[in-house]
Design a binder for this molecule. Structure first.
Ligand SMILES: [Zn+2]
Length: 302
């Protein structure tokens, strides 16, 4: 794997109000994968209460070690664009304008790379949370990526398209459910679903990684003899998720299942030395996991 380029986003930084200044200092990070190319595109960042990381008392000393002591965290958001010469596949679409003022900045990242929305041939969702899905429609409720085929794991799609989910999901996630339902219903005829372990596109295989959401998917991208794993939110930060993967994460809908998924995934990633692209990992989200005793350390590819 070779990191080829970092594209600075000076123009977007210049016009961003100080109060919502995102932590990213780039629009994209790139790497060559065989004869293909991956770019990670910044959608800005989220601002979340610390409880989204973990309420577990065992988390406190680890967070302190990483300098995370305030009431809020500001995770970056990184989308992945894979181009193999035939397809331009975008993993998740970002938050759009309606979730948080600090997120929904994808257009600036596309502009910096001189990529038109119309160039995107496929949109593949890791899961249905707002920061991954809500950027899918324009002001006219039509697909932002008008030429793209949209794909989502069947379990995930079935969960959010079910009108009952709004009533049954825990109260803190009701807006997530309502927002996903509206968008998926609008696009229902344009969405193709897939199962676990399928080659959904040439060189791209789905891998069910549930817990964060019921049908969360990761994706192994393979070109020639090189590969990388798009992990979405299965590994949701670069500190606690690596230092204590078995600890419950506040952002996981099913914390026990999320922890089980994370433990298994990190074991594989570290053993195979596989590069990952994490949606909320820092500096573009491209890195790998290094084993440290019973736990891991995140190593960025920069
Ligand atoms: Zn997320």
């Amino acid at each position: 794997m070779k990191v080829t380029r970092r594209t600075l986003l000076r123009s977007a930084l210049a016009v961003t109000a100080a109060s919502t200044l995102p932590r990213f200092s780039f629009a994209a990070q790139s790497l060559e994968l065989g004869t293909a190319r991956i770019d990670t595109l910044s959608d800005g960042n989220l601002v979340l209460p610390l409880s989204f990381v973990s309420d577990d008392p065992k988390a406190a000393p680890i967070l302190k070690d990483y300098g995370i002591t305030g009431p809020e965290v500001e995770p970056p958001c990184n989308l992945t664009l894979y181009r193999d010469g035939t397809n331009a596949v975008l993993f998740d679409v970002g938050a759009g304008p309606d979730f948080m003022p600090s997120a929904g900045k994808l257009q600036a990242a596309l502009d910096a790379l001189e990529i038109s929305r119309d160039d995107v041939t496929h949109v593949v969702f890791t899961h249905g949370h707002p920061d991954h899905l809500w950027g899918v429609l324009d002001d006219f409720d039509e697909a932002i990526f008008a030429n793209a085929q949209h794909l989502m794991g069947k379990t995930e799609f079935d969960f959010w398209i079910n009108p009952e989910t709004v009533n049954t999901i825990d109260s803190g996630r009701t807006t997530f459910a309502a927002g996903a339902l509206r968008r998926l219903q609008t696009l229902e005829d344009q969405i193709t679903t897939f199962g676990d372990g399928e080659e959904i596109l040439p060189g791209i295989a789905s891998r069910m990684t549930p817990g964060h959401t019921p049908g969360h998917m990761s994706f192994e991208i393979r070109n020639g003899n090189t590969s990388a794993l798009v992990t979405g939110d299965a590994i949701v930060n670069h500190y606690l998720a690596f230092a204590a993967p078995g600890l419950a994460a506040g952002s996981d809908q099913d914390p026990d299942l999320g922890a089980k998924t994370r433990v298994a995934l990190l074991d594989q990633i570290a053993s195979e030395k596989m590069p990952i692209i994490g949606f909320h990992l820092p500096e573009g989200g491209l890195g790998h996991a290094e084993r440290v005793g019973d736990a891991y350390r995140y190593v960025p590819e920069v």
